[in-house]
Design a binder for this molecule. Structure first.
Ligand SMILES: CCc1cc(N2CCCCCC2)n2ncc(-c3ccc(F)cc3)c2n1
Length: 260
């Protein structure tokens, strides 16, 4: 009787099967080469636990190591992490001061491991406004890992996509007015090469945590053909399995660059 009732219920209320989640193993031949992550939800995580916001940032930093390791194991070639946006300067001074200490804290702890794993560190952003101690720490890491040939770990630091585009267009305008460049020479490759992400392939997959479904001025040019994967999970709670699920979803959505 119960069985029949169950069947009737299922008939009228088909299971909410999210077609994008299943336990099929990952296809090693279709791992996204470049994954970009907006690591959001750190403040909210802290608030939910009745902790100060900086506790969320500290917890969020610990997640990076697990995600870097898993991505590298899976064969991801480039991993871009949005650590600080040009809009983040509006945060309280105490919070910004804390955030600006995280690069050196992270690197002093993790650089040896990154070196051992042949990871190459890169920074993407406007360094001019960063405090000297922060610039020093990141430049040292970039320099020390510059010969590495493994996964490239790209931290977006004081990065803003519109700032990046305005800066690029100003430079291009200067080249044109100096007669070094003519408008006919301008094409997509030239623009890509003049952006802060120069040399990196466009992200294949963008992950944003904490339920926000916005780009927040992040890599607007570069994400033109990327798959987006959003999760309610707050960054401090993000696990390797969430990364696997994002890649699984990416693999199920056969990539299309417009056309058929
Ligand atoms: C400058 C703001 C900031 C914030 C931040 N958070 C706070 C927000 C997001 C969650 C992660 C922890 N992290 N985590 C690592 C770095 C980092 C940056 C550059 C680098 F070369 C090495 C590490 C970081 N930087």
């Amino acid at each position: 009787k119960a069985g029949a009732l169950y069947m009737i219920n299922r008939f009228f209320h088909p299971a909410e099967v999210n077609s994008e989640q299943s336990n099929t193993p990952l296809d090693p031949n279709n791992i996204p080469a470049h994954i970009a992550i907006i690591m959001d939800g750190n403040g909210r995580w802290a608030k939910q636990k009745g902790l100060p916001r900086i506790a969320g940032h500290r917890e969020g930093m610990k997640v990076i190591n697990k995600v870097v390791k898993k991505a590298d194991e899976l064969g991801v070639k480039y991993l871009t992490l949005y650590a600080f946006s040009t809009e983040n300067w509006k945060r309280p001074k105490s919070e910004v001061d804390f955030l600006m200490k995280l690069p050196e804290r992270f690197l002093s702890k993790e650089l040896p491991k990154l070196q051992k794993n042949n990871v190459k560190v890169r920074i993407m952003g406007d360094e001019t406004l960063l405090p000297p101690h922060t610039i020093q720490a990141v430049r040292k890491a970039v320099q020390e890992t510059s010969e590495n040939t493994g996964m490239l770990l790209n931290f977006a630091l004081n990065y803003g996509s519109r700032h990046e585009l305005v800066h690029m267009m100003k430079k291009m305008g200067e080249s044109i007015s100096k007669g070094e460049l003519s408008p006919e020479d301008i094409d997509e490759k030239m623009i890509s090469d003049r952006l802060l992400s120069s040399g990196l392939p466009d992200p294949d997959l963008l992950i944003r945590t904490s339920g926000e479904k916005r780009l927040s001025n992040f890599m607007l040019w570069q994400l033109a053909y990327s798959e987006f994967w959003f999760t309610e999970v707050l960054w401090p709670d993000f696990k390797e399995n969430d990364l696997m699920q994002a890649i699984q979803t990416y693999q199920q959505r056969k990539r299309r660059y417009g056309g058929v």
